[in-house]
Write a protein that binds this ligand. Sequence first.
Ligand code: MN
Ligand code: MN
Length: 321
Amino acid sequence: MTERFCQTDVLAVPRFANIATFMRAAQSPISPGLDIAIAGVPFDLGTAFRIGSRFGPAAVREQSRHVRLIHSVLKISPFDLCRIADVGDAPVRSFSIPDSLALIESFFRSITDIGAAPLAIGGDHTITLPILRAIVRGGPVALVHIDAHSDTLDKIQNERLCNGTPFRRAVEEGLLDPKRCVQVGIRETLFASDDHDWAKASGITMIFMDEFNTRPLSDVVAQIRTIVGRSDAYLSLDIDSLDPSFAPGTGAVEPGGFTVREVQQLLIGLLGIRFIGADLPEVSPLYDEGGRTARVAASLAFDQLCLLAYGRPKGRAEVGT
Ligand code: MN
Ligand code: MN
């Protein structure tokens, strides 16, 4: 493992020292040799209600100083399996949604071009669309989407590119195969009674929170794995999937959500799925309390990093599966 892709040695350098990077990963430009690129996407112009997730990457970097090396359950050490770096933030513009999305797409394309997988910290959920545009090659992929919201509306206030629409656009553009897409934790109130009709008609599987509440979690995991199958998949974890008692720092608060432990167990259950990328959007420190939402996000992002590292060919080879 080359020095420049290692985590800062916490035994030599205190966690509170130096400039924060995601999980104390080395800071590096996007460059050959990298297996996983962790990137911030400080974009929130796609937010219909409460803005602020543009500050999410900085907050999660700060709170992720505490994350250690080895997953407590999976026993995976992603920094040993893969060459991982914090590649900084995707470029964005302050005033233009289209310009920002083009810049984000170009940034993530350069990650895919060197053969690395991205872990993106948002930013609002609009960011998933340019990321998928950049990294999906050779046909549509599967999706595991954990969220309070389906994000499959056609438009909000006539805007087709916002955080309520990315998964509809991605299916329309042939980036996602809806029959291999599953959404978990949906509990949003609706603008209109037909809000979910398109998603259901497209073949996306929606596991609503009231259904999740009546089923064993292991049963839900088994269903997700059946839907995704053995194909390439993308993992999108909206922080508002969690109950606001655990994650108040987000724009579209929906009470009645997952516990942290439930999301942890869901993610653990996804080990072995061939994830080509992952994101964690909608952390908004403006509404956070003492950084606890960003701290939860940092922990769940580490879980995502473990899934990505294990899913890389090199990761599978070293773990021996
Ligand atoms: Mn969302
Ligand atoms: Mn949401």
